[in-house]
Design a protein around this ligand. Structure first.
Ligand code: PLP
Length: 286
């Protein structure tokens, strides 16, 4: 694979960063996860906007324009002849001194890598995921705001480790007040009596797939509500599902050992999945 790094494409073995890059030393940087379907980048503008907004929230000037970043992302796909792919642009604070002060980092590092990609959860799209709620709480907005897609994913990783030990395919995070937040790398929804419910994006990432899903709901006539939710709502839902760029749309059929609804991916999920697949196959930037 060829990787874009600071102005040029190099073979992946040569795509290295300094140990003094603050992205490596401190997780001081931002990233995106983007899908391409049939050689077209899905929701490119939205991802570049979120990348730059995340950088802005960290007072990190990428030193290039949004249009230039979009071009780098498309070129990474082209250089590697990829059609169905996962693309990972990264902007770090760049090389500095050992101390954490960002003022000592002269230039940001701009990186973009890609790899061929299939379905993240394999056969689990047929059966649904087994999920567990985790003790680790989603980091609150007054610490590291979950809307910054930063290189510091330790909160999510701690939850994922806990889910792994508990035998869950995915971790479900609550926030410090017990409100439903999101998964380790995806947004969460439940269906009750035909209505789709999802939490507001104060305690979770403003998912781009979430916006796609809500648009689909509006288009195909599924009523949705954005409201605070808790464990009771989760356990008594007819259906639960998650969305993310990597996960796409996947049903959750078991949570904390309890069967959700009938225990198989439900009718609303199936309807949404069909529309989502139509959307991903028929839009995007080449
Ligand atoms: N929540 C978290 C913590 C994530 O890392 C992601 C993935 O980027 C999402 C939600 C879903 O966001 P998107 O649909 O933009 O991929």
């Amino acid at each position: 694979m060829l990787v874009y790094i600071n102005g040029k494409f190099v073979p992946e073995e040569q795509a290295t960063v300094s140990i003094f890059d603050h992205g490596f030393l401190y997780g001081d940087g931002v990233f995106e996860g983007i899908r391409a379907y049939n050689g077209r980048v899905f929701r490119l503008k939205e991802h570049v906007d979120r990348l730059f907004d995340s950088a802005k929230a960290l007072d990190l000037d990428p030193g290039i324009t949004r249009a230039e970043m979009a071009e780098i992302i498309k070129e990474t796909l082209r250089q590697n002849n990829l059609k169905d792919a996962y693309i990972r642009p990264i902007i770090t604070r760049g090389v500095g001194t050992m101390g954490l002060d960002p003022r000592h980092c002269a230039n940001p590092s701009i990186i973009c890598a890609a790899s061929a990609w299939g379905a993240m959860y394999g056969d689990l799209y047929e059966t649904g995921l087994t999920a567990v709620t985790v003790c680790v709480r989603r980091n609150p907005p007054d610490t590291l705001p979950p809307n910054i897609k930063s290189l510091n994913y330790l909160n999510n990783i701690l939850g994922k480790i806990e889910a792994n030990y508990k035998g869950g395919d995915e971790a479900i995070f609550l926030d410090r007040t017990g409100k439903l937040a999101e998964g380790s790398g995806d947004n969460i929804y439940l269906i009750k009596d035909g209505v789709l419910y999802t939490p507001p994006t104060i305690n979770n990432l403003k998912g781009i797939t979430r916006l796609v899903l809500l648009d689909i709901c509006a288009k195909i006539g599924i009523r949705y509500e954005i409201c605070e939710l808790g464990l009771f709502d989760l356990y008594t839902a007819d259906e639960v599902m998650v969305t993310g760029t990597a996960a796409e749309i996947c049903a959750i059929t078991k949570i904390d050992g309890r069967t959700i609804g009938t225990g198989v991916p439900g009718p609303v999920y199936k309807k949404l999945l069909a529309s989502f697949q139509t959307e991903t196959q028929n839009s995007g930037d080449a």
